[in-house]
Design a protein around this ligand. Sequence first.
Ligand code: PAF
Length: 286
Amino acid sequence: MQTTRDIQSTRAAVAAARRTERRVGFVPTMGALHAAHLSLVKAARSECGYTVVSIFVNPTQFGPNEDFERYPRDVAADLAKCEQAGVDLVFLPPVAEMFASDAATTVHVATLTDTLCGPCRPGHFDGVTTIVTKLFNIVQPDSAYFGQKDAQQLAVIRRMVRDLDLPIEIVGCPTVREPDGLALSSRNAHLEPNERAQATSLHRALCAAREQIQGGQHDPDVVAQDMRRLIDAAGPARIDYIGVVDPESMQPIEHIAGAVLVALAVRIGQKRLIDNVLVDPSEQTS
Ligand code: PAF
């Protein structure tokens, strides 16, 4: 496995791999790698002959009062995991390599970023789309792999790639969960034991929503109210949002008639957790 820290040697390594005509798969990450990241690597390796992982805690996607400083970092463990998972190249740039001090360009995807996490985290998606565009330009992959857990991020990146005609296939991969349903996240490492127990209420609420919708509930407000009750009953939490939205446009649905994304963001203590389920009402519960 090769490790690079600068753009030029990353481009050279990928270009050398291309000369053997291998398909290049790319998994952008912020490190603190866990089984969900490794599932993306596995998907990339199953479709591509050369797999690149980037590890970069991108400062521009964190707000001033968010957890950029506290975000978990363990490069040695991440590199060992990548090596074991069969990654070919890890790109580990320092901040100065990615952002000139006078950088003046931002990639902004409108509308899709106006809902769910958008209003709660001003500037977040611009930070994501700008860094992902830059990483795409550096690695120039054939396919890039993202988790469905960040469903809005995935939809925003798909739209960006479509709108900017980037020749990259975006592959969404299923959310990886703990046995009790909690979606894997690097931030779970910071949950206290009581918060960890309380956090299972997110998945329970999403499962309840799915059951309700597939049982014939068409009113998103009723679904959201019941989810809110379930989460509140599990302990003190601040619900940033519960949304029932169109899975592509991320716009709120007024009457549930087709597939919807049910998504939430909940703060437990200092930690902000997100999760979602895609629900097709035509798959009726028995
Ligand atoms: O999902 C993430 O880890 C980040 O948002 C990403 C896509 C690596 C961009 O920094």
